[in-house]
Design a protein around this ligand. Structure first.
Ligand code: NAD
Ligand SMILES: O=C(O)C(=O)C[C@@H](O)[C@H](O)[C@H](O)COP(=O)(O)O
Ligand code: ZN
Length: 362
């Protein structure tokens, strides 16, 4: 067992769980204390399996370890792929005491978690996130699910993992574009709640994009602390948790419009956060200088600040009409009150929103 790793907890009463962060944990950290029976089903994909599956198996000594290897990509986050997990569980006669293990990025994590929430009405699962985005965000908090062609993450469940194991070494094989995508969610924490972290990120961005291990570990740790605290206060998004959706109302519209291809989730969220900041400025919440800072940190992370060429204001309005935060048909958005302070609100003028959309759409 490696002796240097950082640990924090998501405090949810009897469903509390640890997040373990460090180098070289995969395969050497014994995860059997988080396995209720003796069977494990590792859910991974065609890209991650050749890189990390054998190592992951070593984290479950003494267990029967089966695997299911899914096709790779956001476009496969759907019913058909989810069914492959149930097929594998039944073919291998996994019972209610089995533990699913998500080994991969957020797509694998969301699907494995949803399968765990549903299989035989609910079994345990463990998150082993291998992308920056999944290490700082999707592996923590228990949102699981799949996409629908008409809306992102529209079918799912809240189901918390038993533990989260983050091996920061896995980031060394991640393409640069995926590092940038992960940084969008990291920046999000700075913008919604952590002004000091935002300032730190502005200074550390070059180290982060060049995969400096110390800087990445710090960013992952601080992101997980922020997410764990928000989730502990509002597990089911009845209030506060919605701030984790900064940029997502616009971003999800972009992803759905793009057919869950071309645009990565983090890229869409990056552009969406600039749009949310633009609207916040039009409403007089933040200053021109604040908006400049938001754009600048997004650009420095290698993320887009514009929207797809073929997207119109009507596309946005139609896609945002099914957003899960809406109440009685009223759009609710996460806006910035200042850099480091966000709120969910339906109190914005439709004209200001229309102005933001026209400023971004062609
Ligand atoms: N549940 C939540 O709270 C939550 C939060 C944020 C995002 N999400 C969801 O997460 C998804 C995005 O996750 P993502 O950005 O991890 O994308 P992803 O899961 O598609 O992974 C990105 C790519 O990296 C590959 N990959 C994974 N690990 C690798 C490694 N170590 N080395 C090389 N390649 C590797 C994957 O196979 C994939 O091709 C979206 O579906 C989004 O909706 C969920
Ligand atoms: O954990 C949350 O809560 C989030 O909103 C985190 C987001 O980064 C993530 O993309 C999440 O999947 C969005 O959830 P949704 O409910 O808006 O689909
Ligand atoms: Zn997100």
């Amino acid at each position: 067992m490696p002796d240097t790793f950082r640990e924090l907890r998501v405090e949810l009463g009897d469903r509390s769980y640890p997040i373990l962060i460090g180098k070289g944990l995969l395969g050497s950290f014994d995860l059997t204390p988080y396995v209720s029976g003796r069977t494990v089903m590792i859910v991974t994909n065609t890209t991650v399996a050749p890189l990390y599956l054998e190592q992951a198996r070593n984290s479950f000594p003494g267990c029967q370890v089966d695997e299911v290897i899914l096709p790779d990509g956001e476009a496969f986050k759907n019913w058909e792929t989810l069914n492959l997990i149930f097929d594998a569980l039944l073919k291998n006669r996994h019972s209610r005491k089995t533990t699913l293990v998500a080994l991969g990025g957020g797509v694998v994590g969301d699907m494995a978690g949803f399968a765990a929430a549903c299989y035989q009405r609910g079994v345990d699962f463990i998150q082993i996130p291998t992308t920056l985005l999944s290490q700082v965000d999707s592996s923590v908090g228990g949102k699981t699910g799949i996409n629908h062609p008409l809306g992102k993450n529209m079918v799912g469940a809240f189901h918390q993992p038993r533990s989260v194991l983050i091996d920061t070494d896995t980031l060394q094989t991640l393409p640069q574009r995926e590092i940038s995508a992960g940084l969008a969610e990291v920046i999000k924490y700075g913008l919604i709640r952590e002004p000091d972290f935002l300032a730190w990120l502005e200074g550390a961005m070059a180290s982060l994009t060049s995969l400096d291990s110390e800087a990445l570990t710090e960013a992952i740790y601080r992101s997980c602390v922020c997410k764990a605290d928000v989730v502990a206060q509002d597990e089911r998004e009845e209030g506060l948790r919605a701030i984790l959706n900064l940029g997502h109302t616009f971003g999800h519209a972009i992803e759905t419009h793009a057919g869950y291809g071309n645009w990565l989730h983090g890229e869409a969220v990056g552009a969406g956060m600039v749009m949310a900041a633009d609207l916040s400025k039009r409403l007089g919440f933040i200053t021109d200088e604040d908006l400049r800072r938001v754009k600048s940190v997004i650009v420095s992370a290698g993320l887009p600040t514009g929207v797809p060429d073929d997207m119109t204001s009507d596309h946005f309005m139609n896609l945002m009409a099914v957003d899960k935060k809406n109440v009685n048909g009223q759009l609710r958005l996460i806006l910035l009150r200042s850099l480091g302070d966000a709120e969910v609100t339906d109190r914005f003028s439709p004209d200001a929103l229309a102005d933001t959309l026209s400023a971004f759409c062609h």
